[in-house]
Design a protein around this ligand. Structure first.
Ligand code: NAP
Length: 215
């Protein structure tokens, strides 16, 4: 009987698992899409919501493409995957956009019924201790660090251990070979009139040329 009651409690309190894919996506490429799909499968996520960053605090003074273009390219790239959605949450927010505010908004939207996995690049996560309200963020979501080929795993493992022991961080990683593709490299290639075919979706490629981006 005790087991039965415990099982019922577990069943009713079980939260749905949602991936939140955070990034600048300047532009979004196949590495990002493969990373999101790998995380979805590995952690059995119901959906992955892509959240193009709005006005990220760590990019002060850096040239980042207009957020509407980045949002539209993310929509185009994800359109054919039924598990992928795109949110305007950060694009529509005024001022600097912090991940803690994004996760709080999703928590309200899902009425506390979802467990969140914040997926992003391992390099971005190495700066995580500088993020706003990081302790609360570790409480509210798990992290998935997507690594590029050649990533120095020793450093990542040390970092994960440190954040787990000192901040109760719940951090996982996924290896993504196609993250050999990088947004910086794509922008550079467009600037130099080099082909970008097969690095990103055709729809995004056409969007870049049509709008004369990265020139
Ligand atoms: P970034 O510093 O531009 O990127 C760092 C590295 O991670 C780059 O090599 C980048 O490759 C890769 N990367 C970024 N997003 C990725 C993703 N979703 N999947 C796989 N690789 C990814 O980082 P960012 O894109 O601006 O920020 C990442 C996320 O962290 C965003 O959601 C941002 O809002 C959040 N963040 C929050 C705070 C805060 O709350 N205070 C501070 C910093 C970042 P590509 O260039 O090829 O994408």
């Amino acid at each position: 009987m005790k087991d039965f009651i415990e099982n019922c409690t577990e069943m009713t309190s079980k939260k749905i698992k949602i991936g939140i894919m955070g990034g600048t996506f300047d532009p979004i490429h196949y590495g990002h899409l493969v990373a999101a799909e790998a995380a979805r499968v590995k952690f059995d996520l119901k959906d992955v919501i892509f959240v193009p960053s709005g006005n990220p605090p760590h990019k002060k003074g850096q040239k980042v493409l207009d957020k509407t273009h980045r949002y539209l390219m993310t929509l185009l790239a994800t359109a054919t995957n039924p598990y992928f959605q795109v949110s305007r949450n950060e694009v529509d927010r005024e001022g600097y956009t912090y991940t803690i505010d994004t996760i709080r908004d999703f928590d309200i939207e899902y009425n506390g019924t979802a467990e969140f996995y914040f997926i992003t690049g391992a390099d971005a996560l190495s700066e995580v201790l500088t993020w706003k309200n990081i302790e609360k963020l570790f409480e509210m979501c798990q992290f998935v660090a997507a690594t590029r080929p050649g990533y120095k795993y020793e450093e990542l493992f040390k970092e994960i251990e440190y954040l787990t022991v000192n901040y109760n961080g719940r951090i996982h990683f996924v290896e993504v070979p196609s993250l050999a593709i990088s947004s910086t490299d794509i922008r550079e290639r467009v600037r130099m009139d080099l082909p970008i075919k097969y690095l990103l979706s055709e729809a995004v490629e056409n969007y870049i040329y049509k709008n004369n981006l990265y020139k």
